[in-house]
Design a protein around this ligand. Sequence first.
Ligand code: PEP
Length: 251
Amino acid sequence: MRQVFIAGNWKLNKSIKEAIELVTELKRDLIDIEAADIVVCPVFTALSDVSDVIIDSNIKLGAQDVYWQESGAFTGEVSSTLLKDAGCTYVIIGHSERRKYFFETDETVNKKIKAAQNAELIPIVCVGETLEERESGKTMEVIKGQLQGSLQSLDNQSLQALVIAYEPVWAIGTGKTATSSQAQEVHGFIRNWLIERCGSPVSQKIRILYGGSVKPSNIKELIQEPDIDGALVGGASLERETFSQIVKNAL
Ligand code: PEP
């Protein structure tokens, strides 16, 4: 049985003060929830302050990116050990915005996953097709390529220690959600790929999240699908009511 997992990706939003306010409210709203893993991913500059607020609570901290080198002359980058130091448990890797605007590739995603796991961070690895790829019938081919490249040479133990997020690019921040059956079709494909890669017992333990315009009104239907284990939420995670309601509705 896979525990429901809901993560909020705050992207480039919220000052330290605003981040503290939001997470303080979420902590209050969600204090009784034990049956879900709840994660917030603020900007780097707010990580440490948010960590102080949620310490010993049921909300965990995630970063939005990481660099694979440990230290040295890499201006502007942040290593997994430093994220751990700031209080992170999770890190989002390979988000489509990073792939699009910062030229992230499956190869760099793979290096980041390995670096994160070396520091005992749990990667949330994003995959997803563009609208053009979907319309030309290439969705499964694209997802398979991203899985193969991103998860290259990870052993079963490493695969079991990560979370996958299927985020169709055309559904991110657009208000267009994949229907639950469209999402399940890809989640089922990912699960089968994992079964082939690492066998059924291991693959049944790996959580696969859906991301793309998740709201309180559509999470219930999505989460009922057999291979949708939770959500990576962008826009709707920036408001207390909507994020809290998504967590509650997912249960
Ligand atoms: C995301 O950025 O991961 C995301 C899913 O965004 P949104 O929920 O706003 O579509």
